[in-house]
Design a protein around this ligand. Structure first.
Ligand code: NCD
Length: 305
């Protein structure tokens, strides 16, 4: 169903394709945990090209590939490649395409992954393009909600923080609206969700500036980091740097079944004490990156239909 497919934007996937990824990911959990062994992708090579910092996205893709018996090549420091000699992204991609079977790319510029997909014959997966999209993060975010609640339709999901520059929330808001969730957006006025993202959503989201508006009745609090590196002016960043912090005290006001998610890295948006409350799910969520990315790799490589 997904063989040979590029995943650049979350809208590249139909609801049926997303459901297929989730169902394969569920079967992958014991392999992701190291409890079962697999050679499903033996002989296949994944290239990870990271032009921006990453911990979870790159390492979970690499772990996923290794756990399925495949191999990995790539770089996480573009200064060590011929890009520093002035080679274009297009030439780099054409070359890497001939050394591998699937390419995962993260780049600071919006649109870079789409460009890469045009120059590569093999599937290209966007691991974050500037303030654009981060579709595989969205898949693992929704997978986490499904594991917790069994469904996302009807859940009240509050996306909190930097909705302007945060790419994870751009992909997530659109996907959640397709799946029938009740999406609420909480941000400072200067960091609102871009209009083009809202236009892509199936339902009008509700917009707030205060967490207090959603604190008592949200099922999911999806907290994001203020994306310091995307601000053109450091003074503008300083104004909003500590806009929101989820405290342990706040967790006591939340619904009993509510969960707190975060794509990580976290800076000051969630107090460390929250980690020890039954609301915290962000480390579990980070683990789910492995089975979900196993499913994505196995499906785009055609090892599973
Ligand atoms: C996010 C990203 O890179 O967009 N991290 C991730 O992939 N888990 C979120 C962030 O950097 O704030």
């Amino acid at each position: 169903m997904l063989k040979g497919k590029d995943i650049v934007s979350i809208s590249d996937l139909s609801e049926r394709e997303m459901q297929r990824i989730f169902s394969v990911a569920r079967d992958m959990i014991p392999i992701a945990e190291g409890k079962e062994k697999s050679e499903l992708l033996r002989g296949s090579i994944l290239a990870t090209l990271f032009f921006e910092p990453s911990t979870r996205t790159r390492l979970s893709f690499e772990s996923a590939m290794h756990r399925l018996g495949g191999s990995v090549i790539g770089f996480s420091n573009p200064a060590s490649t011929s890009l520093s000699k002035g080679e274009t992204l297009a030439d780099t991609i054409r070359t890497v395409n001939s050394y591998s079977d699937v390419i995962v790319v993260r780049h600071p510029l919006e649109g870079a992954a789409r460009l890469a997909a045009e120059f590569a014959e093999n599937p290209v997966i966007n691991a974050g393009d500037g303030a654009g999209q981060h579709p595989t993060q969205t898949l693992l975010d929704i997978f986490t909600m499904l594991q917790e609640f069994g469904h996302v339709d009807g859940l009240k999901i509050s996306l909190i923080g930097d909705l302007r520059y945060g790419r994870t929330v751009h992909s997530l808001a659109v996907a959640l609206s397709y799946l029938g969730a009740d999406v609420h957006l909480i941000s400072p006025r200067t960091l609102k969700m871009p209009k083009h993202v809202i236009r892509e959503m199936h339902h009008e989201p509700e917009i707030h500036e205060r967490i207090d508006d959603v604190l008592r009745d949200s099922d999911v609090f999806y907290v994001t980091r203020i994306q310091k590196e995307r601000f053109p002016d450091p003074a503008e960043y300083a104004k909003v740097a500590n806009s929101y912090t989820i405290t342990r005290k706040m967790t006591e006001e939340m619904k009993k079944e509510a969960i707190i998610m975060h794509p990580l890295p976290r800076v000051t948006e969630i107090e460390p004490e929250v980690d020890y409350t039954p609301r915290a799910r962000y480390f579990k969520q980070a683990f789910y990156g492995v089975p979900v990315r196993m499913a994505i790799l196995a499906l785009v490589l055609g090892a599973i239909e």
